[in-house]
Design a protein around this ligand. Sequence first.
Ligand code: N01
Length: 868
Amino acid sequence: MALNQQKVQELDAVVVGAGFSGLYMLHKLREAGYSVRVYEAGEDVGGTWYWNRYPGARCDVESIYYNYTFSEEILNEWTWSSRYAEQPEILSYINFVADKLELRRDIQFKTRITAARYNDQNRNWEIRMEDGTRVTAEYFITALGCLSSSNIPKFKGLDSFKGEMYHTGRWPHEKVDFSGKRVGVIGTGSSGIQAIPAIAQEAGQLTVFQRTPQYSCPAQNHPLDSETIGQTRKNYGELKQLMRYSMHGVPSGPRMRSALEDSQEERERLYEKAWQEGGLFSLTYNYNDIGILPEANETAASFIRTKIKQIVKDPEVAQKLMPTYYYATKRPIIDTDYFETYNRENVSLVDIKAAPILEITQNGIKTAEAEYELDVLVFATGFDAMTGPLFNIDIRGKNDISLKEKWADGAELKTYLGIATSGFPNMFMLTGPQSPSVLSNMMVSIEQHVDWVADCINYLREHHLEAFEATGEAEEFWSQQCRAIADMSLLTKTDSWYMGANIEGKPRGFLAFAGGVGLYRIICDDVAARGYEGFTSVLSTLGTDESFVKEGFFRSNIDPQAWFILKQLESAGAPPLELLTPDQARLAADFRLLAGAPEEVAKVENRTIPVPGGEIPVRIYTPAGEGPFPALVYYHGGGWVIGNLDTVEVPCRMLANRAGCVVVSVDYRLAPEHKFPTAAEDSYAAVKWVAQYAASIQVDPERIAVGGDSAGGNLAAVVSLMARDQGGPSLAYQMLIYPVTNHSYDTKSYQENADGYFLTKNTMVWFWNHYLRDEHDGKNPYASPLLAEDLSGLPPALVITAGFDPLRDEGEAYAQRLKAAGVSVEETRYDGMIHGFFWMPGVLVQGNAAINQAANALKHAFNTVKTI
Ligand code: N01
């Protein structure tokens, strides 16, 4: 490893904080040969676990998953005593690691860093301590913890209280004696809920001041037996992989089923099982939509409320303890005897939402309703999370801009990957805002960040690169991404510290990356593999022209939500369709989860209709109101090989409701069992059937449109040609969504988007090969409508294309030819979108927008048809 020899510098790296992340960062960099020093305000190692030593404090992630995994030796030498370790045991573990790796020799304790300033000339950081001492380093790494800036609300009269006052996050090292005392606890988050049962056992009288009631499930803690520990050690390699590529950093995840798919009895059975098993995610992992759909969420929320009612004996107290916000949109909580504690004689509950705290007096707390005399006041009032610890240091980047200014106190929070922010070269934030951090098992997130940062520093040194900085474009992209992902869930619909809502005056905005640790790891690795895409750097004086200089770039303007889907699909590790058999491909290509929840339609009916040489299913969606309605005959996509009625269930329902038309979705026969021209002939037969039997399905035969996406768009275009050429029916409109129009792969969009954007060139070749009997078929206008000699006399058209789609140019070429032939065409390219986005309104705002555009276009077309 080439060490930094080109400049006189005290240190290669400064790390702030000696918690789990700072300690591992120190170890990693020191092992690589860098000079590094850690500065820590506390007197010893531990971070969160050093400060949060309130009674009852313990981890809410199972101890066997809440430890370092980088060293097998450490894993095997440490044995946890219980399923959820208590704070003293976790602190002992941290000390054990610090001793074993001899970390203390490079840590300066009792040292608070007050400022850090980037020097543009020297391309390094000057870091200042509380006592005025300075040190310089090339890399400035914050390992501050997400929840280290404790929040004591500014109650009137706070300083007048004569008794003892404590904050759970700044607990004294000596034992606090509660015996026989009148104790008040403000706050019922994770800390309060852990502390309240423990304090109640000792206090004379405990009064809990609750602003928001909480959902909490039993931890079901128990000692760990040697068999569990042995099994865990044996399987740790596999467990580690599962944790790393999971949602929350534990080796399990949600079941792929909606809560609304099960009966109430089945749901209750599963929730009860989870309640008995205990654990942070047990309840939510029963279903995959508890965090997304309000109705699904309510099934879990009401289960917990019923439990509270059963546990708490006094119905009035139970009522006060009933939470109403969306379950799990605040950090889920697990407890030991929390609700049971309210059955104790010495515990009372005060609802400070109903009667707010007016002031802290000399003797206790005065609310709008009463005064409570107290000897001890415990603030379990949480933290100024994520940004708070960073803003506590005066961090200044290029041009002396402070981080606080740049982020406008948090209102303009912008990071790239939650690791870096533009204008602050060579600064890395471990588990920073907009990374998964607090939404995950922190140990998994910490190790991933430290490994990534260490690899990045190695890369910079090897390539003689300095002043490594996120680009503005990249951080804009990432921040937008974080917001979009959080907005897809219920997380942003609750006031929580995730949203900054717990701190008066703090700007609201979701502070973490909610896409899961697995996806996040893939994205970070991808960025690194592309030579740190999205960062810029400068070649050092040691560099030569031959040095590999990666210019920071972030070229693609793909929509962040679409990009997120691509990464998710990539992380699912599915093989390309063309490597499968058609039957396997039909099973594998189930993208219904991306469509979102199907909305209500007045009537849905399945029928079978005759076609030449057989019969095929159709599904008829009828909107509310009085018929006859106009009709859209819809053909699903899937390259004539895959796809079915369910694939387009959601868009069909939306189109029926929004366009106010009957939608007849056609399950035409698929290739290769039924090669060209079967799909086209089935599609044409379906439209003729609709015209012929219009009255029986409440359809006005004068107002029939055809439409479809991808191969379905091809079929809609082909049916329009057939209807023109073969005597009707007369069609009011053709709706062509990224249609296949030509058996050819020679467009620019095929070149640009051949791979990596959902539909690949190879898959298209595979589709065409299954569909056509021979090359000759490909020249037939009923397979390649772009090759039709004459496109005049066709119905008016909507042509929608996607920017990142191999089919983009042939769809647009068809629109041009229609226009040239005198057909009225509305044409829109959704620049940032990928093929298939019309199927994905549940996860893509643009998917929704395209469906709305199509519905409006249909409505307009139906209204302009002259009927007798
Ligand atoms: O803090 P919190 P916490 N007047 O913000 C109330 C982690 N953790 O320390 O909900 C009156 O959750 C506030 O009320 P409301 C974990 O990630 C982990 O408990 O804002 N009340 C709430 O009841 C957790 O999420 C473990 O209406 C006020 C409470 O104070 C995070 O730390 C253990 C108030 C604060 O709850 C924070 O948890 C402990 C005011 N002005 C913590 N301001 C583990 O097990 C706030 N409150 C690993």
